[in-house]
Each structure stands twice: as C-alpha cells, then as structure tokens.
Write a protein that binds this ligand. Structure first.
Ligand code: ATP
Ligand code: MG
Length: 257
C-alpha cells in the first residue's frame, strides 16, 4: 500500500512490489512496446486480475480484433471472457471499424468528447474501476498536424481521468526499429507511468521477454530490466530482475541494455 495514494494493485505477480503497491487510482499508465511484446496480455492481466482478485469491474476497449476472435483467443489462453461478462466483471467494447472510420473524420475535440462520453456511460453502467485501451492508435484522429494530435491525446487522457475516474492502461505500439517510447511521442508525457515491454537475448543467446519500468510518478522505482513470463490462465508474470546483460532484439530497449 502506498503511503500517499490509494493504489489499484495490478495483481500481476511480481509487479506491485516494484511500483509502490500498484497504480495510482484514477490515473493513466502507458504500456508500450513493439508488436508481439505482450501489451495485450499485460492489459488483460490488469483487468482480469482486478476482476478476479479484487472484485473490480473493468472495461476492455479495442479495435484490433472482432469480438469473436478476441473471445476465442482469450479462451485458448484459458480466460473465459463470457463468464467474466456474465458476472458483471468485464465489458468488452469493440467498435465496428466503419464507426471508427466515421469518428476519425470528425473534428479532433469532438472525437475526444464523444469517446469520453461513451466510455463514461459504459463505466457507470458497470461500476467499472479499471479501463484498458488497447491500442490507442485506431482511436486517434486522422489529423496530421502534430500539435493538434498531441492536444487531442491530452484531451482524451485528461477527459477520461476527470470524467470517468477509472484507473487506465493505454497500450501504444512502438514502430519496429525505432527507439522511442511511444507511437505519437506524447503519450509518455501525459501518462503517470510508462512500462516498456520488449524482447531481448541473454548471454546464452536465449530469447527473453522483458519489462522496463521507465517512469512511475510518485513511486520509488529503481529503473531496471525485469524478466517476464506469459503463463496461460494467469497472464503476465514478472519474474525478477534480469540475471545478466540482455541484448535487445526489439529496439525500444536498446537505450537501457
Ligand atoms: N499461452 C501462451 N504461452 C506463451 N506465450 C504466449 C501464449 N499465448 C500467446 N503468447 C505469446 O504472447 C505474445 C504477445 O501477445 P500480445 O498479443 O499480448 O502482444 P502485443 O504486444 O499485444 O502484440 P500486437 O502488436 O499484435 O498487439 C504472442 O506473440 C505469443 O507469442
Ligand atoms: Mg496487442
């Protein structure tokens, strides 16, 4: 338990003790990484642990797959989405792509507003305390102007914090071969914490999945590279500090290796 803030424990084995007990309630955290680095599994671990270990309902907002693909993928992993939904512990929001396309054509501040309203309505109906947006990219306006884009993402994050009040994880994809922290270069500044997921190789040449806690505002976090594991039915598990040097396979962890 944090001394100063009410925190939402992630329930991810090995993580909460590294970040002062969990995520500060009502704030937004970023999970970034290249493709296939377990961003989705991380976000779902946060929601499903929240539901099963702490009885906190959550909302999963995604546009990556259809509802059927998502439910059957999760079921292969050992997670019953339908059961969680049936128990009022999870809501899955997957807007149709044509709706997304229409939304994206609107003016950025109007898009942010309608998204916040929609999320708020679902969150109130469910009594949600957690939210995962996985990933943020499809919900971002088609606007090319960087300033407008940044303002939009800021409005979205601040609007969710102010009007919805849930603890939020947003995933963002780092383009392969680029050593930035996020896709738009602004998400990390708006988030209260940033966790970068990656893949590296140890000195035997074996592949390892890793987590780098890049920033955790108001929590005494020792920056470091942690080895993670993916465990069916459980989700992401943090095993501990990487035993030896890790050479990066995904470039987002280049700067820390
Ligand atoms: N049961 C499992 N055991 C071990 N690893 C698994 C299992 N199921 C999936 N994985 C691995 O987890 C990886 C990460 O999956 P995940 O979808 O969370 O990544 P992501 O970062 O969200 O990728 P994307 O860029 O596609 O959104 C998959 O590529 C797969 O190799
Ligand atoms: Mg994903």
């Amino acid at each position: 338990m944090s001394l100063y803030y009410d925190v939402a424990p992630s329930g991810i084995e090995g993580l909460d003790q590294l970040i002062g007990g969990g995520f500060i309630r009502g704030r937004t955290y970023l999970v970034s990484g290249e493709t296939g680095t377990a961003k989705t599994l991380f976000a779902l671990s946060f929601l499903i642990n929240g539901a099963l270990k702490y009885g906190e309902p959550g909302i999963y907002l995604s546009v990556d797959e259809t509802y059927e693909q998502f439910v059957s993928g999760a079921s292969r992993f050992g997670w019953s989405i339908e059961e969680l939904r049936g128990n009022g512990l999870l809501e899955v929001l997957i807007p149709e792509m044509d709706i997304v396309e229409k939304i994206r054509e609107k003016e950025p501040s109007a898009i942010a507003k309608s998204l916040i309203t929609a999320i708020r309505d679902y969150a109130y109906a469910l009594g949600a305390q957690r939210l995962a947006i996985d990933p943020i990219a499809p919900l971002v306006t088609l606007e090319k102007d960087v300033q407008v884009l940044r303002e939009y993402i800021r409005a979205l994050i601040m609007g969710i914090e102010r009007e919805v009040g849930v603890t939020t994880l947003i995933t963002t994809e780092i383009p392969s071969g680029v050593s930035t922290l996020s896709r738009y270069g602004v998400e990390e500044f708006l988030a209260t914490g940033v966790m970068v997921l990656g893949i590296g190789r140890d000195h035997h040449g074996d592949f390892k999945r890793v987590l780098f806690i890049r920033k955790m505002r108001w929590s005494p976090v020792q920056p470091g590279v942690y080895e993670i594991d993916i465990v069916p039915r459980v989700g992401v598990v943090v095993k501990g500090r990487a035993a030896g040097p890790i050479s990066p396979v995904t470039s987002s962890i280049v700067s820390i290796a």
